[in-house]
Design a protein around this ligand. Structure first.
Ligand code: SF4
Ligand code: SF4
Length: 376
């Protein structure tokens, strides 16, 4: 087997199947990352969604028998909508982050990695693979960085010179000894635009993220959102792009290479009020295909309630009162109380007063009382 020829064939084939960038990395332990991950864990800066066993995150040999190399791939996604929503006056909409536009990227990348596996297996029957996208043990960004896909920006994204940070990442551990690419030089320089743009101070310093303050993470939680973040989340229903849109490298980067990454504007920027009362079935049918729905409808509904309060949308008061008085979930009722208090007006205050008399849940009651105290 001529490994260099195979490597070139894989590079050529990757272009045919819509992989926009490919790189090769050594499977040696990511020792440089280990102490950083331990430190993050000690500081409780992690989201909790990641693999908890740090050894597995940094040691490919613990999750694959005799790894010889890792193939990293990147697929570019758009940053602007070709077809925009046509909003009527007064209609309020939420927003899903760009990485959740189009079909769930996990599916897109897994299909491409599968094609790559089949291509390699046809040429080298003894080849073995372990492919992963986002939910695997390895840190996608660390692999991409080592494979020369891009540099690790101060905003904690991988930044490619070609597509900016608007790329989905995936990787494949193999038992084939491909020649590793060289990591790219850090090109952030003295820029701090992403740190300055972060609404919550989640970027503690360049390249260090406190996930517990990051809106991208907070939009995915299911409990009450701490008060200090409710205003800052704005109308974001899922994810946050502020540290990407602020990045000068991303300026003008908007690639529409793949039909499946094109957003349906009505899903990417949905009307807020209908979300409050959406059934499980409707939610699954409508939002199921996008990655932002992976935590179910509850966080999206909670965020929609917050967004209506953020907009002080008076036309939403009857919908929010319905949530406050009828929704079986305390998080939704309590957040509706906050939102009604933000909007204010006689109808909202009366509803809060009535609810204060019948509400049994302590947290919801506390939200109602805090809301009412604003008017006294
Ligand atoms: Fe800050 Fe948003 Fe970036 Fe998180 S995603 S670090 S909240 S700008
Ligand atoms: Fe780097 Fe500036 Fe982009 Fe932040 S905004 S990732 S510092 S280039």
């Amino acid at each position: 087997m001529d490994i260099l020829q195979l490597q070139q064939d894989i590079i050529d084939y990757s272009k045919e199947i819509g992989i926009d960038k490919i790189g090769f990395a050594s499977p040696s332990p990511f020792s440089e990352m280990k102490s950083r991950l331990i430190h993050q864990q000690e500081l409780q800066y992690q989201s909790g969604f990641e693999e908890q066993d740090i050894e597995k995150r940094v040691r490919p040999d613990l999750i694959f028998d005799h790894p010889q190399s890792i193939i990293a791939i990147a697929v570019a996604y758009p940053s602007k909508m070709k077809v925009r929503v046509v909003s009527k006056k007064g209609e309020r909409r939420g927003i899903f982050c760009r990485a959740s536009w189009g079909e769930d990227y996990h599916h897109i990348l897994r299909r491409k990695l599968k094609l790559l596996e089949e291509y390699i297996a046809a040429k080298v029957p003894e080849a073995k693979f372990k492919s992963m996208v986002d939910t695997g043990e390895l840190v996608d960004r660390a692999v991409a960085e080592r494979a020369g896909i891009g540099w690790s920006g101060k905003n904690c994204s991988i930044i490619t010179p070609e597509f900016g940070s608007y790329v989905y990442l995936g990787e494949m551990i193999t038992n084939l000894p491909f020649k590793p690419d060289s990591p790219m030089e850090d090109q952030c320089g003295s820029c701090t635009k992403c740190l300055d743009a972060c609404p919550t101070g989640a970027l503690v310093q360049g390249g260090q993220l406190n996930s517990q303050r990051c809106i991208a993470f907070l939009t995915q939680t299911k409990g009450f959102l701490p008060e200090e973040f409710r205003e800052k989340i704005g109308n974001r229903l899922y994810g946050c792009d502020s540290c990407q849109t602020a990045c000068p490298v991303n300026k003008g980067k908007d690639f529409h290479f793949h039909a499946e990454t094109e957003p349906d504007a009505e899903l990417a920027k949905p009307l807020l009020k209908p979300i409050l009362h959406i059934s499980n079935r409707e939610f699954k049918e409508k939002f199921g295909p996008v990655s932002g729905s992976w935590r179910g409808k509850k966080p999206i509904q909670r965020n929609a309630v917050i967004a209506l309060g953020h907009f002080k949308d008076e036309t939403a008061v009857p919908d929010l009162i319905k949530v406050l008085t009828e929704d079986p979930r305390p998080v939704l009722r309590g957040t509706a109380a906050w939102s009604l208090a933000k909007i204010g007006g006689a109808e909202a205050i009366t509803a809060l007063e009535k609810s204060a008399e019948v509400e049994k849940d302590d947290e919801v009651l506390s939200e109602i009382r805090t809301g009412l105290s604003l008017f006294r």
